[in-house]
Design a protein around this ligand. Structure first.
Ligand SMILES: C[S@@+](CC[C@H](N)C(=O)[O-])C[C@H]1O[C@@H](n2cnc3c(N)ncnc32)[C@H](O)[C@@H]1O
Length: 308
């Protein structure tokens, strides 16, 4: 869910959502992506004769590096990651958050030049960060020799124009893409409430607002990307990746309630009293453990039509 009213994606919020993302993500698509990345790395190394063997991955809109934490152990072997984000605070947090994650697994982490190197048994994993505004500077992203591109909880922020440019870059590089956790517009509160419909209308309006890229695609992003990539010969597969949040996670529920109400008030200030009432009811339910929420997301795997 990408609905922070001020479009702030603070590290605390990313940490809160990370376990829900991890539980929701489609394992089969991740496994196919990992396989495609490994195969491409082998082919690349056979062509350019490079040693030692390390897969090269780029994560776009990386936040604090959740994709590394989820995928590096699955990819296995040596890896070079480039984490791209425009937020200097999140960029600065990446080495600290990743080193703490490594320490939690008993894996040493050290700074080496501009990289953090994690010496996991299946590693080493060399992780670099770059501050880049993907709206303004997508052209500066170098995908030459990259074995896989990932992005999570990002594509619903972008515009149709930007998606076209992004698609151009992916297709030109003939690189596998794993784009996970893009919202698809479903959001079901249980038990249902009388004002859910009004909230949903305001919420949807906000989702299609400008998140820094022009009018955002919101829930239409995955379909728009699939259509473009297929038209250019990519093979695509999608899977549902829904958040299931129940009474055992009151902090997450409260955060979602607060953000949904704030977003709705921002989108439709005239109905603020109704959204206040909705928020009060949902807060009480979250605190008593009687609230559940399902947020719809989709994962997308896209692979070049032929191996090269
Ligand atoms: C919902 S967060 C997801 C972060 C991370 N992928 C994760 O799963 O934890 C969206 C991310 O998009 C980044 N972002 C938004 N606009 C951007 C832009 N114009 N250029 C680069 N990154 C951007 C934010 O800084 C934030 O890290």
């Amino acid at each position: 869910m990408n609905d922070a009213p001020a479009q702030g994606f603070d590290a605390g919020w990313l940490a809160l959502r990370e376990p829900f993302d991890a539980a929701a993500r489609d394992g089969r698509l991740a496994a196919c992506f990992v396989e495609a990345v490994a195969a491409r790395a082998v082919r690349r190394q056979a062509t350019d004769g490079s040693v030692p063997q390390a897969c090269r991955l780029v994560d776009l809109a990386a936040g604090t590096g959740a994709n590394v934490r989820l995928l590096a152990p699955r990819v296995g072997g040596g890896q070079d990651w480039l984490l791209v984000d425009h937020d200097p605070v999140l960029i600065a947090a990446q080495p600290r958050v990743l080193a703490a994650w490594a320490a939690g697994h008993g894996w040493p982490a050290r700074a080496e030049g501009d990289a953090l190197v994690i010496d996991a048994p299946a590693g080493p994993w060399r992780i670099r960060s770059v501050a880049l505004d993907l709206q303004r500077s997508l052209d500066r992203l170098d995908l030459d020799g990259i074995d896989g591109v990932t992005t999570t909880a990002f594509l619903d922020l972008v515009s149709d124009d930007w998606l076209e440019r992004f698609c151009d870059r992916i297709v030109a590089a003939r690189v596998p893409l794993l784009a996970t956790l893009t919202v698809d517009g479903r959001r079901d509160w249980h038990p249902p409430g009388p004002d859910d419909g009004s909230l949903a209308v305001a919420f949807e309006r906000h989702q299609q607002g400008d998140k820094g890229f022009g009018p955002s695609l919101g829930p239409g992003a995955v379909d728009a990307l699939v259509a473009r990539l297929q038209a250019r010969g990519y093979r695509t597969q999608c899977a549902l990746a829904d958040w299931q949040v129940d009474g055992a996670s009151p902090a997450m529920l409260l955060r979602m309630v607060e953000e949904c109400a704030a977003v709705a008030r921002e989108a439709d200030p005239d109905r603020a009293p109704l959204f206040d009432r909705w928020e009060a009811l949902r807060r009480a339910q979250a605190q008593s453990g009687s609230l559940r929420l399902c947020v719809g997301h989709r994962d997308l795997l896209a692979l070049p039509a032929r191996d090269d």
